[in-house]
Each structure stands twice: as structure tokens, then as C-alpha cells.
Design a binder for this molecule. Structure first.
Ligand SMILES: Cc1cc2nc3c(=O)[nH]c(=O)nc-3n(C[C@H](O)[C@H](O)[C@H](O)COP(=O)(O)O)c2cc1C
Length: 174
């Protein structure tokens, strides 16, 4: 049994997920044991799953376990959702649990586990009233959000720094 606190990193299907290893490295440097839960779509080539499994030393979880199977991860001491998509934020706020990632998030909030979220949502989607309502609802549940991030710039083709470490800083906040 690990003595380090256990961090769930929930990964959604956004382009910046390709760099999620940066977050895992920073978390491990801060002495977190890390387990990754990815949405089914995020497993569809959004990041290097094999590299992440090597990095964490654990299989990535994406599907529900079968009844009777043991939980593969210990209970979380904290959860980071990064990157968080428009889709997952809205479904989470609505209480939908049709992916393991969403079920885990809905449950973690109810258990009072600290949760930090780094959304990666383009401005056009972020303007949708359902999204604004979702942020309000989740904040009301105590969920902590990093600054908005819109993804890759169409203008220069570059990708501004996502700032993965902000998620870990948000967890420290009282
Ligand atoms: C290449 C690519 C990049 C994407 N980037 C984003 C993104 O940055 N933010 C977002 O909300 N959706 C993004 N999407 C759309 C999501 O993948 C889509 O809404 C999906 O339903 C999200 O599923 P999930 O929330 O279960 O991971 C992207 C899709 C593709 C194909």
C-alpha cells in the first residue's frame, strides 16, 4: 500500500491532452502518486497512453470495472481534471455519469475530495449559457477552476502554454 497521497488525473478529449505527461511529472515531483482516468474519446489518440502508463506505473482507467472486480485504484485524496472539455464539464454539472471519468467526478464532489479543473474550451463554446451555468453550479459545489484556456491559436498556429501546474496550485488552496 502506497503511503503517498493519491491523485486522480482525469483526462478529456482535447488537443492539449497530448502534453498531459507534463502534469504527471509535476505531480510526482510534488510527491503525489498518480492514477489516470481518461474519457473513452481521450483514449482515441489524444495522448500517448502507453507512455502515461509507464510514467504512472499503473494502467489507465477508462471503462467501468465489471461487477465483483476490485477497484484498481485507491480512493483519491484529490482529483485534477485536465484538460476539461466543454462536454465533460456540462455533463458533470448535470449529474450525468455515463463514463467512468464522469462517474468518478460526480462521486468525488459528493465525498468532499478536493477537485481542480483546467478547462480547455474555445470562446465560442464557452459563451454557451449552459456552460456558464455549469461553471456556476460546479463552483457552488466547491470545485476549483483555473483560468479559461481556448486551445490552439488559429492565428499563428502556436499553442500558448497550458500551465498544467496551476491545477496542483489550486489543490493547495484552502
Ligand atoms: C483534435 C480535436 C481537438 C479537440 N479539442 C477540444 C478542446 O480543446 N476542447 C473541447 O471542449 N473539445 C475539444 N474537442 C471536442 C471533444 O473531443 C468532444 O466534444 C468530445 O465529445 C469530448 O468528449 P469527452 O468530454 O468525453 O472527453 C476536440 C476534438 C478533436 C477531434
Amino acid at each position: 500500500m502506497s503511503e503517498k497521497p493519491f491523485l486522480y488525473v482525469v483526462v478529456c478529449a482535447a488537443g492539449v491532452a497530448a502534453d498531459v505527461s507534463k502534469l504527471i511529472t509535476r505531480a510526482q515531483e510534488r510527491d503525489w502518486e498518480v492514477g489516470v482516468i481518461a474519457t473513452p474519446l481521450a483514449m482515441n489518440g489524444f495522448f500517448d497512453a502507453a507512455a502515461v502508463e509507464t510514467q504512472t506505473g499503473r494502467p489507465i482507467r477508462s471503462a467501468w470495472r465489471r461487477p465483483g472486480e476490485p477497484r484498481p485504484f485507491p480512493a483519491p485524496d484529490a482529483v485534477v481534471v485536465a484538460p476539461a472539455t466543454f462536454n465533460t464539464v456540462n455533463k458533470w454539472a448535470a449529474g450525468i455519469a455515463d463514463t467512468l471519468a464522469l462517474g468518478t467526478l460526480c462521486e468525488a464532489a459528493g465525498l468532499g475530495v478536493p477537485i481542480a479543473v483546467l478547462p480547455c474550451v474555445a470562446g465560442a463554446l464557452a459563451a454557451h449559457p449552459a456552460y456558464r451555468d455549469s461553471l456556476t453550479r460546479l463552483r457552488g459545489m466547491g470545485v476549483r477552476f483555473g483560468d479559461p484556456y481556448e486551445g490552439e491559436s488559429e492565428v499563428d498556429g502556436g499553442r500558448p502554454e497550458f500551465g498544467w501546474e496551476r491545477a496542483l496550485d489550486l489543490l493547495r488552496r484552502e
